[in-house]
Design a protein around this ligand. Sequence first.
Ligand code: ADP
Ligand code: ZN
Length: 794
Amino acid sequence: MFEGEGQAGESSPEESPEPWFGADRVAPRAGGGLFAGIVVNRPIDQVLTYHCGLRLAASIRPGQRVRVPLGRGNRPAVGYCVSVEQSPPDGLDPARLKEVIEVLDPAPLIDAGMLELTRWMADYYVCSWGQALDSAVPAGVRNQAGTRVGTFLLVPEETREALRDQTLKPRLSPKQAAALETLCRATGPLTIADVCRRARCTTAPILALRRLGLIHSVKRRVGLSEATEPDDVEGEGEPDLRVTNGPPVLPDSHPRGGSGPTLTPEQDAVMAALRPALAGDGFAPFLIHGVTGSGKTEVYLSAIEQAVARGREAIVLVPEISLTPQTIRRFRRRFDRVAVLHSHLSDVERHRHWQSIAEGEVQVVVGARSAIFAPTRRLGLIVIDEEHESTFKQETVPRYHARDVAVKRAQLERVPVLMGSATPALESWRNADRGRYVRLSMPSRVEGRPMPDVDIIDLRREKKFTGGLSESLRTAVHRALEDGGQVILLLNRRGFHTFVICPHCGGVVKCHACDVAMTHHKGRRLLLCHTCDAERPCPPACPSCGAQGLHYGGIGTERLEREVIEAFPGRVVRRMDSDTMRRPGSHEEVLAAFKAGEVHILLGTQMIAKGLDFPNVTLVGVVNADTALHLPDFRAAERTFQLVAQVAGRTGRGEKPGRVLVQTYTPEHAAIAHAVNHDYEGFVAVELPERLTYERPPFWRIARVIARGPEEAVVEEYMKRLGSALREAAEPSVRFLGPAPAPILKIRNLYRFHLHLRCLTARPLQTLLHAVPARVPPPGGVELAIDVDPTSTL
Ligand code: ADP
Ligand code: ZN
């Protein structure tokens, strides 16, 4: 399929002699030139060997990007140099090798450790090494964002004034206003792409602003030092401790120190277990199972202090949604140099952070999934908070799980890794059962605070129940507010009505492009596809049979908001979901208002369920605990348990006791019954045997193969062919399920079929998937995806 490349060199990582391990320059041999192993960001499962002439041989090193001729047409492509040697791998004829065209980076972007980690990823997740490398190095670093000529947008003072006077804003569309505000807030030059990303808009509103003369664009060269300040969430009224890009500062190796509270006995016990690992030089994985509010974060901070005191750096992974000002402030209070990597960073900011981390100016890197690739110099510790979160899994190539990559990185760099959760993933729990992770427990809350009382509201018994709130929940909200408390209501569904159905033919209104029911968004007066974001106007009649009188049903957060506003007049209600939180900063604004007591009731999707710590929340209502329970996903029960347990943890965190009410139609379900009792181990005792019986993780390993294409029959035929080839080549220990249509057959007009492989160990699956699909390539128009340890089942 990919013949005609430079020539395949080593493709078996186990046998390669790790020639790149030292990043030192290799001297050209007497005859002239060197041989470089190159990988590219394409699905080419090989290291290609190129010759490197004398001129380039002087500068080429592993970890640099190069330009090479690729394929039969010798089209120039960018690749990563992963090895440099004096002689070509055995069996390759030096005379037939192609030449490296140029070396692109003056210095290596990637060190030996990162090369090894990405090679492991390629092998484990069945992608190419080049693809793994490309995901590890941010685009802003690859293109040296901020150090070149670019087109930047400027806001003239008149526009800023008009915006402050509020005379301008009413004349702009919401998107235009968001784009303009983003530009005004920035402390350095932004490109059009930066604004699109931050204001989550297309280029259209930005171009419109320019046409209106409200902004200008200029071409200029900016260096990293004058580029934008990191746009992370501000710490309120605190000294600015952001990493700045002044001259390189040698780390003083001291945490701010002494600012932590005296540890509780439970925290002390956990620290005692961690201390030898933190002082040592070995790989040591720990799983901290600590109930919400048990003080896990405080343990992370103490552990990081130990690492920093030794002159080491720490990486802290948290779910993107937990990168709140509250979280960030806790780290900035304790450490001088904290870099926060979140998804709203511009390329320039990301590049700057990357550089300061690589130069050793940062003590603690806090970030979401991709922060696991931070180029620390002397890594001392990795922390993964909320390790059970499925957002640690990347859903595009390479489909890696940041927790598992973190454990691998810790192993390669011989450092401790600390995973923490109130509701550990069953995979992690079993790893602890098998002795692979050391389990540490924190069963009680700090300062003897009780776990909140959780009570069930059995919706089957509630009368006169039309909206989201039962009579019992309504009464409880009323009481909590009367007593001066604040209330959180969780409903994990966006929109007003969650479906539109035709009473005549029984069909639901679906997206034109997806096999998915559309959601009614009343405020925007349209139906929205939550899979592809397509919109359509509310149809006057059934699109399939033409009957009038479509029925709108189901309840989403938008409808719940209206119900709550009507039920509690005079109370301030805010909704937090991805519809109301589009603008950057809006999340922080609402949380700040809630914290200040200006908001009485906060309602929303799981966005509000995670990591928040508000002492005055005395009631949490789960409006419908069953939303995730009946999805076609073997983790449905686990997810439901996690969600209810996590949201229950949002209350009773202060002096006042907290209460949780859970509305459900299935109170007897193990996930709900055990979440109500804060009984993780009880849930595990029911769930694990089920997983074993049905041959599911954590006992069995799964790989999922998905093909998609515009023609259903073509995709189906291909998957049958691939399925047979895989079955034929598989060891007897591998079991197959499918191929079958995916639960969502069509997304964005592409038909999807999938196949599940399972085995008690992962290796046979990976070996099979590295070998067979390359021999049975998909026909034109069909794309193939391989997902090892999948979390998505749709
Ligand atoms: P978790 O991360 O397990 O939810 P946190 O570390 O956020 O728990 O701790 C819960 C609350 O208790 C926080 O407000 C935190 O500041 C406080 N806390 C944690 N450890 C201590 C301690 N040793 N002494 C006093 N307060 C503490
Ligand atoms: Zn759609």
